[in-house]
Design a protein around this ligand. Structure first.
Ligand code: LM2
Ligand code: CA
Length: 482
């Protein structure tokens, strides 16, 4: 048994430098299991709308991302914390990230760049401010009154725990009918609330949106979500946030009939493997580890919550190892991957770079913003994912410890060496047609040329190369030199 070593400060990899086929939908109007085309999601957390639009055109489209996930667009409470977005005050599309017109324009720009838009939809609750106030766009509200939208009778009052708050996650009723951190809990069982939530989602669809991440899904019965989704005017990709908790009665599996579900165990397990176990264990990663069925699993190395609150995941702070973990995620055919893109976290509550009025500033990558989705290793592996979509795994190799390799049959090959030493003098069976391939971990393939090393695969599918410590080599059919 080996314990992991200290990591070298500089890592060779350090990278600074349908989902849906709406056609396949049956009722309900939600679509799981992206089929065909580009499926990788970039989560541009807290980016403003003009910056999202520019990124779709400049990076996401060209690099092959199929989707961008954006932060909640509705009016929210005032404040400079990032989490104000998770406290809706009205369903006006007017927030620190931009206006309705900027949002609409962002959606059409992204789609023109071949990138569909997924909105983080906050539908379980409204604000958590006990005293009420005035929202970002000027709407006044109280904790349980949102004039013209919701009144006192539209909320749950679970009458437990003195505060109405959720305390016991082992109690299904409490988790779904009490308040999550004091957030006014919508009566999602009621006809009116369902119709109002559906109206919000339909408004977003009218602006061209393609899908929804349903925030706090665990806090709503799956049947309530199903009912709301049945009211959508057209099919949309749906991914639900249901955090698996050991021993809890509410299980992610209950929600798979509505669409995809976030698989939170994935990032935690992957981090443990990279930090203190063996990459060799990844051979059956996913369903073999008790995770959700691949067809409905939404996976990520970290998300906006886990990168703050869960020391057990890898984040941008882990630099090269984070890039390697994302490379594995993008190479391994389990679930639908989301690449997180963060701003630099200075403290848990701090919002993104903003002006004096808390308006989110345009994004400047690598200056206050981490832009993980642009890191060359990660961005190039999106192309690998697209090139290998649908191909199985073959030629698995591991050395029993931190060196692994596998093919995506006939289309791609990756080897990851997370040992503290280089692996020399080995040949690899790729199963790929003979040819000269761009190593997309170290080079970018554009217009038939490779900016990095070229790997020659022989007539029998083999190549020989040295893989440095904490590094990788990846080849795929769409990065083959003429
Ligand atoms: C989510 N998924 O279920 C989001 O992914 C997560 O980021 C949200 O929490 C949460 N559910 C509610 O949508 C965040 C943040 C909390 C924050 C809430 C509401 O992690 O810290 O709570 O948004 O803005 C904050 C304060 C909390 C206070 C609450 C209400 O941190 O102390 O509770 O506002 O005022 C009294
Ligand atoms: Ca609820």
């Amino acid at each position: 048994m080996r314990r992991r070593r200290l990591r070298p400060a500089i890592i060779a990899l350090a990278v600074i430098a349908s989902l849906l086929a709406p056609g396949t939908v049956t009722a309900p109007a939600a679509v799981a299991a992206p089929t065909g085309g580009k499926k990788v999601i970039a989560n541009l957390f807290e980016w403003n709308w003009p910056s999202v639009a520019a990124e779709c055109t400049g990076t996401l489209g060209p690099k092959g991302y199929g989707y961008v996930q954006v932060s909640p667009p509705q009016e929210h409470v005032r404040g400079n914390q990032w989490w104000v977005a998770y406290q809706p005050v009205s369903y006006r599309i007017e927030s620190r990230k931009g206006t309705r017109e900027q949002f609409r324009s962002m959606v059409s720009t992204c789609q023109a760049a071949g990138v569909k838009v997924i909105v983080d939809a906050v539908v379980n609750h409204m604000s958590g401010q006990t005293n009420g106030g005035t929202g970002w766009a000027g709407s006044s509200y109280q904790h349980h009154v949102y004039p013209g939208i919701y009144q006192a009778q539209d909320f749950h009052y679970c009458g437990r725990n003195g505060t109405n708050d959720i305390v016991n996650y082992l109690d299904r009723y409490e988790v779904q009918n009490c308040e999550l951190v004091n957030l006014a809990d919508l009566k999602t069982g009621s006809e009116y609330v369902r119709s109002r939530l559906a109206a919000y989602l339909n408004d977003l669809l009218s602006l061209g949106v393609d899908g929804f991440r349903l925030d706090a899904s665990k806090h709503m019965p799956a049947a309530d979500i199903a009912d709301i989704l049945r009211r959508l005017n057209r099919p949309a990709y749906v991914v639900q946030e249901v955090i698996h908790g050991a021993g809890e009665p509410i299980r992610p599996e209950e929600y798979t009939g509505n669409g995809d579900v976030h698989e939170f165990r994935y990032g935690k397990d992957l981090a443990r493997v990279f930090r203190s176990e063996r990459l060799a264990y990844l051979r059956n990663f996913g369903e073999g580890w008790g995770h959700l069925p691949s067809s409905v699993a939404s996976v990520f190395v970290d998300n906006h919550d886990t990168q703050r609150d869960d020391g057990g995941v890898l984040t941008y702070r882990d630099r090269g190892i984070y890039a390697l973990a994302n490379a594995f995620m993008l190479a391994w055919p389990y679930g639908s991957p989301t690449v997180m893109s963060s701003y630099t976290i200075t403290n848990r509550d701090a919002g993104p770079p903003s002006d004096g009025g808390n308006r989110t500033l345009n994004t400047t990558c690598y200056s206050g913003w981490e832009c993980e989705h642009r890191w060359p290793v990660i961005a190039n592996m999106v192309g690998f994912r697209n090139a290998t979509e649908g191909a199985g795994v073959s030629n698995w190799y591991d050395n029993g410890y931190q060196h692994i390799a596998f093919s995506r049959t006939g289309r791609g090959f990756i080897t990851i060496n997370d040992e503290d030493f280089p692996i020399t003098g080995r040949s690899y069976q790729t199963g790929l047609p003979a040819g000269r391939y761009c190593d997309v971990i170290h080079g970018t393939f554009t217009n038939g040329t490779c900016t990095g090393p070229i790997i020659t695969v022989d007539a029998n599918g083999w190549f020989a190369a040295t893989v440095p410590a904490h590094d990788a080599i990846a080849l795929h059919q769409n990065a083959r030199l003429p």
